[in-house]
Design a protein around this ligand. Structure first.
Ligand code: UGA
Length: 462
């Protein structure tokens, strides 16, 4: 089938390579000429595992091409996927200007019986707006509206697209459903479950899914605060809760909280949408508040341990919003860096992929090439993103390099058992800390000034 994809961001590009991979003829378009130039040379504009190889494979097979000429791409297409950005405005409302502009373009250039599919994450009711624009500007164009939300995780996007746990299609005509079934036939035959519904339900289900995942994370973070007072271990609590299939273990990892381009934006957009309907959905405001509190809790631990943050050097391991991506948008690690910098600390960050992007976003941040360079002279080391690379830290080497042997694990990446006897003061999130038996660790320095001041022990709740 001939497919046009408007917008070559994360969602659009993965959509392009997925449909090309399953045998369709795909043209990706974008208004960004630099991006199109990179893509035509087979270069991905951002890091996503497997994406660049997939772009190269599919463009050389002839099934995928990229163009600035949206009119040409639309004139040929049986199906058009709208994958443009829907960023948050200052008040949380989704900015749908790009959606409207795309609808106008489709109205001008698409041919009759085209199926117009919304893939961008949008508030329920957006397809109605797109439909109205197509009717007003399409000069009698016959078209079929549909919604087909994506559930791709950055870092796993190709896998999630080719082996989806559900394909959701919101349709309003038999033709719309028939075309989408045909388009997804190879994945459906391979066993992907298809859920057919109306368009507004499909739109809302996407926001609801992301908001619920964010809620699970905030629940785990609130529990972490309680566990720290009660002397319990939040990771075990989550394991025990998660053993119940009605709850599930996923997304109950306490830490610095959620970030990235999707969760913060989608929680805010769902909240805004419900407020517009006269239902304020206060639970979502609490999810957001707890997410901010998660970052503040790590900053508070550092303040407690280091007394004054002014002039203290803090090594921040991990800057991306999660591992396996170079994306720092709404990264909790960067939110923490901002708090620490505002308190007068010197923050030295390192990240396997996101260092450059982090520096662009936060120029005051210093960068180091690796963990050991970042930790040299540091008064504390903080784990901000759980990159697997940070798991095997050489603790004795770090102990020699750091000014104070203090680790605050904002992602519960390290195994507390490995820290016992290391001479480090180790503060995980929602788990009991590991404190050296004596303040003069075996093989450590005799210099009392290097002893890490221990944060005050939380008072157990009675
Ligand atoms: C998320 C959803 O998982 C996808 O299903 C969805 O399609 C996508 O948004 C989207 O709307 O496009 P993504 O933003 O790539 O995907 O990232 P996640 O893997 O969901 O992680 C989001 C954030 O939550 C990260 O900052 C991560 O560190 C944090 N997180 C995740 C936790 O703090 N704890 C957890 O237990 C899980």
């Amino acid at each position: 089938m001939k497919v046009a994809v408007i917008g070559t961001g994360h969602v659009g590009l993965v959509t392009c390579v997925t449909f090309a991979n399953i045998g369709h003829d795909v043209v990706g378009t974008d208004v960004d000429s630099e991006k199109i130039e990179l893509l035509t040379r087979g270069v991905s504009p951002f890091f996503e595992p497997g994406l660049e190889d997939a772009i190269k494979t599919e463009t050389s097979s002839g099934r995928l091409s990229f163009t600035l000429d949206a009119a040409g791409a639309l004139a040929e297409a049986e199906v058009v996927f709208i994958c443009v950005g829907t960023p948050a405005r200052a008040d949380g409302e989704a900015n749908l200007v790009a959606m409207e502009q795309t609808a106008s373009q489709i109205a001008l250039h698409a041919h009759d019986d085209v199926v117009v599919v919304e893939k961008s994450t949008v508030p329920a009711g957006t397809a109605d707006r797109v439909r109205t624009t197509l009717q007003r500007e399409g000069k009698g164009l016959r078209f079929h509206m549909a919604s087909n939300p994506e559930f791709l995780r950055e870092g796993m996007a190709i896998h999630d697209a080719l082996e989806p746990d559900r394909i959701v299609v919101g349709v309003e005509s038999a033709r719309g459903l028939e075309v989408l079934r045909r388009l997804y036939a190879p994945l459906l035959e391979a066993g992907a479950p298809l859920i057919v519904t109306d368009i507004r339900t499909a739109e809302l289900a996407k926001h609801a899914s992301n908001a619920f995942l964010a809620l699970k994370i905030s629940f785990a973070n609130a529990l972490a605060r309680v566990c720290e007072h009660a002397g319990a271990d939040v990771t075990m609590v989550a394991d025990i809760m998660g053993a119940d299939p009605r709850i599930g273990r996923a997304f109950l990892n306490a830490g610095l909280g959620y970030g990235g381009y999707c969760f913060p934006k989608d929680v805010a957009a769902l909240k805004h949408l419900s407020e517009r309907f006269g239902y304020p959905f206060p639970l979502l405001s609490e999810v957001e508040r707890l997410n901010e509190e998660a970052v503040e809790a790590v900053a508070a631990k550092l303040r407690e341990a280091l007394w004054n943050l002014e002039g203290k050097r803090i090594a921040l391991l991990g800057l991306a919003f999660k591992p396996d991506t170079d994306d720092v948008r709404f990264s909790p690690a960067l939110s923490l860096a901002r708090l620490l910098l505002a308190s007068g600390a010197q923050v030295v960050g390192c990240d396997p992929r996101a260092a450059g992007a982090a520096k662009d976003e936060l120029p005051e941040l210093e960068l180091a090439n690796d963990v050991y360079e970042a930790s040299t002279g540091a008064h504390a080391l903080v784990i901000g993103t759980e990159w697997p690379e940070f798991r095997g830290l050489e603790l004795s080497h770090l102990h020699e390099l750091m000014t104070y042997p203090l680790i605050v694990d904002g992602r519960n990446l390290l195994d507390p058992a490995d820290l016992v006897g290391s001479g480090f003061w180790y503060y995980p999130t929602g788990r009991p800390p590991v404190i050296p038996e004596t303040s003069r660790p075996e093989g450590g320095s005799d210099d009392e000034s290097r002893r890490a001041p221990a944060p005050r022990q939380p008072t157990p709740l009675r």
